[in-house]
Design a binder for this molecule. Structure first.
Ligand SMILES: [Zn+2]
Ligand SMILES: [Zn+2]
Length: 834
């Protein structure tokens, strides 16, 4: 018997598959075939290469897409590289190589590592977000957003990472810190490009209901979008200073605002408002329109803004505040209430001002206690001497609204004070510019005469220039600003001198539409005959182009990590909806089904990483155990969505399973040489069909671990009882998505010539799978003399004549008295003779 030599087998088949180009996407003849688009979240080609945790999701999509292909679908299963952005750039700076050079080196390394695992990617559709032929399209989408008023410039303070030296979006933060480097993030006012994702908030929220995604991811998106309904209420500013009504009037006129707007989800508590609290940012705006508070107040505003700029946004500082000297009128009871400038209201949340109801809000309660402000209970149900009661209830101290329940009072009080019911969202517009080198240049030109001028479509792509120095400048300007020959250009509108935009796009830009790029990657790749010279709008209107997009979208199965819940997965949905609105795609959502893989931890149970020295390189595992063993082991570790710690010992178990399958086939070879043919016993046949059924259901539901465990049981049965060659081939087919090299080798050893990948998936014979055949022992005078196979449901009356008719039994009972026969259901027939 030959030994299972994974190295020889895996190398041989990888070469043959490549030569035969078997993973080329089958577009589906006449496009009448059902399609299945199976997609991995594409990786950043980081410099560290892959560790064994990375391929877990890729193995799953590989199995799933093979399964779909064998079930008659035309399958799109591509791979590419998300190579712009901070990770690639920071790696390049640290290792003192140009990001472009680092990226191409890292891609080569990733591709080599992935190649060893035997994946069925169609590499002819490979994309790279840093390829000008690719980012030309990213820039085109930006121009379209600009044209539709969804991209705009803003000077509002944004999150600034002092270490990465760039502005960041809210989505880039983790507990107020830079998600990339962990530094505390500051607020900095600067010019930047914003995308109006808030225009899509309602649709992003509502359409979640239609998606077959993990509930936890949908819930994170719902929270991130943060819809709340309540009322917008205006509080008239009574006087900016009690002593100077004239000045109040002047400020009100100049600022066009003599009101403080608030949004509240609790208009039912309006009679309990005892003060207002405004953010230092809003107070600063008042100062800008010649409000003249006391020196002390001015100092407080200045100091608080400075502290904000240097402190982490979400650190929960001690609540401070100062009375501004300004009074407002409570529109419910016309009482004068003081306006405080406080540090616990943020300028970029809501309107930057709140109505404070200490009796029914915990923060307001804490603040009122500290500064001895009145606390007026207006909702029954709590004890305001002890703390705020935040629940709803029946109104008191609310004049004509007393005794109303909160729910009714909300609407009535809002109407009474002339407010409006309103919906707000926590979601903010997307800060879309970065002051870094390694990103797509934003395709606009600044002209003194014409202001912001979009780069004409025929001039795309705006190429990222080669530079000597690509480190961030730290001044809030991108390194591109220093390249005068690139920056200085002519205005496309007036022909006068103009300057290019020097900010670049965030790392999330290229990944917001890459799944569309795979459908049309021939058009993106000039070397494959793509016509990049045609303006994109012209190309998009072509029927063959549209057909390809319509054919493949949406993605049917999308697999990746949970860390993208409120980043990539929100951005991509936003861009997709926009592209739907302008007619580029024909589905409202990009990803119909989503699965998240759990992490693979180090053997020590910690997250795998350089800093713990617990990284396991897949190359070593493949060398020692083989790619097939690695694939089977990673899918067998436990439920796909859960995290598990790596265990070299357990991997040996997976290897033994493959060796068992190998041995079964080797025996068959021997039997074949002996020209004998074996038929499968009923037990084994039943087991086989049960296995086909279970593996089929389990792959569809991403329960790879239980599918493997069923195949292990089947393999043991086949080894013990034997199986016919034809039946074993069915097993090989269902086994092949998990261990494609081994399955293919055995397929050939059994005399098949084609690729197992092109076989049809077997159908489980339900009757064979169901019919439970059991082995029953036959005892004669207490000793087992024979055994027989019967169906599990057999009755005593049926089994007795069968047992008595058996040759061996006849020998023992001939010439004896009439036997006494007894059937012990499911296990034995007992015969007593004397
Ligand atoms: Zn950072
Ligand atoms: Zn101009």
């Amino acid at each position: 018997m030959e030994k299972y030599d994974h190295k020889k087998i895996e190398q041989k088949w990888r070469e043959r598959w490549e030569q035969a180009n078997i993973y080329k996407t089958d577009e589906g003849q006449g496009q009448d075939k059902r399609k299945c688009y199976v997609l991995d979240m594409f990786p950043y080609p980081s410099g560290d290469g892959l560790h064994v945790g990375h391929p877990k999701g890729y193995i799953a999509t590989d199995i799933y897409s093979r399964f779909k292909k064998m079930n008659g679908f035309s399958v799109l299963h591509p791979m590419g590289w998300d190579a712009f952005g901070l990770p690639a750039e920071n790696y390049a700076i640290k290792n003192k190589v140009h990001p472009r050079v680092a990226v191409s080196k890292n891609i080569a390394r990733f591709k080599e590592q992935l190649g060893r695992l035997g994946f069925n990617y169609d590499w002819s559709r490979e994309i790279n977000t840093t390829d000008p032929a690719y980012y030309k399209w990213t820039q085109w989408i930006f121009l379209k957003l600009l044209e539709k008023g969804l991209a705009y410039e803003s000077h509002e303070p944004i999150n600034w990472c002092p270490s990465c030296q760039t502005g960041l979006a809210n989505e880039d933060l983790e507990n107020g810190r830079c998600e990339r480097c962990g530094s505390a993030v500051e607020k900095r006012p600067m010019r930047q490009w914003m995308l109006k994702i808030t225009d899509y908030a309602e649709r992003l929220l509502k359409d979640l209901d239609e998606l077959e995604w993990p509930e936890s991811i949908k819930e994170s998106q719902r929270n991130w979008i943060g819809r709340s309904t309540g009322s917008e209420i205006k509080f008239l500013i009574k006087h900016f200073s009690r002593n100077n009504a004239e000045l109040t009037q002047k400020i009100a006129e100049e600022s066009q605002r003599n009101k403080i707007n608030v949004f509240t989800t609790r208009p039912d508590t309006l009679f309990g408002v005892t003060f207002m609290a405004i953010s230092p940012e809003l107070a600063q705006k008042w100062l800008n329109v010649s409000w003249l508070p006391s020196e002390e107040v001015k100092k407080y505003i200045g100091d608080t803004l400075t502290t904000r700029a240097t402190q982490s946004v979400k650190d929960n500082p001690e609540k401070t505040g100062i009375f501004s000297g300004v009074y407002a009128t409570n529109p419910a009871n016309q009482e004068d209430i003081p306006v405080w400038v406080v540090n616990y209201v943020l300028g970029d949340v809501g309107t930057g001002a709140i109505m404070a109801v200490p009796a029914h809000d915990e923060r307001d309660y804490e603040f009122a206690k500290k500064f001895k402000l009145p606390i007026v209970e207006v909702i029954q149900g709590g004890d305001v001497s002890k703390g705020a009661y935040i629940g709803e209830g029946v109104l008191i101290n609310s004049s004509q609204f007393d005794k109303l329940p909160s729910e009714k009072a909300k609407k009535k009080i809002t109407e009474f004070v002339g407010g409006e019911m309103a919906t707000t969202y926590r979601l903010k517009d997307w800060v879309f510019s970065r002051q870094r080198y390694w990103g797509e240049p934003i395709p606009v030109i600044h002209c003194d005469r014409c202001n912001v001028v979009p780069v004409p479509e025929k001039d795309l792509p705006v190429m990222l220039p080669e530079v000597e120095r690509y480190e961030p400048t730290g001044t809030g300007e991108s390194p591109l600003a220093a390249i005068s020959e690139w920056v200085n250009t002519t205005c496309p509108t007036c022909g006068g001198p103009a300057k290019r935009e020097t900010n670049t796009m965030p790392q999330w830009a290229g990944s917001s539409w890459y799944y569309i790029a795979y459908c049309i990657s021939e058009s993106l790749n000039p070397s494959a005959g793509g016509q990049v010279s045609i303006p994109i709008s012209g190309q998009i209107s072509k029927p063959e182009f549209r057909n390809n997009i319509t054919r493949w979208l949406p993605v049917d199965m999308y697999v990746g990590g949970t860390e993208h819940a409120t980043r990539h997965l929100i951005y991509a949905r936003f861009w997709h909806k926009f592209l739907f609105d302008i007619g580029v795609v024909s589905t409202p959502e990009p990803f119909a089904r989503l699965k998240n893989q759990g992490l693979i931890m180090g053997e020590d149970g910690r997250k795998m990483g350089k800093r713990y020295g617990n990284v396991i390189n897949p190359d070593d595992v493949v060398e020692k155990f083989g790619a097939d063993t690695l694939r089977v082991y990673e899918m067998f570790m436990g439920p796909f969505e859960e995290g598990q710690a790596w265990s070299a010992d357990n991997m040996v178990g997976s290897r033994r399973f493959l060796e068992k399958v190998w041995r079964i086939a080797e025996r068959m070879k021997e039997v074949r040489l002996a020209a004998a043919s074996l038929t499968s016993g009923a037990d084994v046949l039943r087991m086989l069909h049960q296995t086909i059924k279970k593996v089929t259901d389990d792959i569809e539901n991403f329960k790879f671990n239980t599918a493997i465990s069923q195949m292990m049981i089947a393999a043991s049965a086949m080894e013990t009882s034997g199986i016919s060659r034809d039946d074993f081939k069915y097993f090989l087919i269902i086994f092949s998505p998990f261990a494609p090299h081994l399955a293919q080798e055995l397929w050939e050893n059994l005399g098949e010539h084609g690729f197992i990948y092109k076989s049809a998936w077997p159908q489980a014979d339900e009757t064979l799978a169901m019919k439970t055949v059991i082995r029953v022992a036959i005892q004669i005078n207490g000793k087992v003399r024979d055994e027989m196979e019967v169906s599990a449901g057999i009755t005593e009356a049926e089994i007795i004549p069968l047992a008595l008719a058996r040759e061996k039994v006849k020998l023992w009972i001939s010439g004896k008295t009439t036997p006494k026969v007894l059937y012990v259901k499911g296990s034995l027939v007992s015969i007593v003779v004397t």
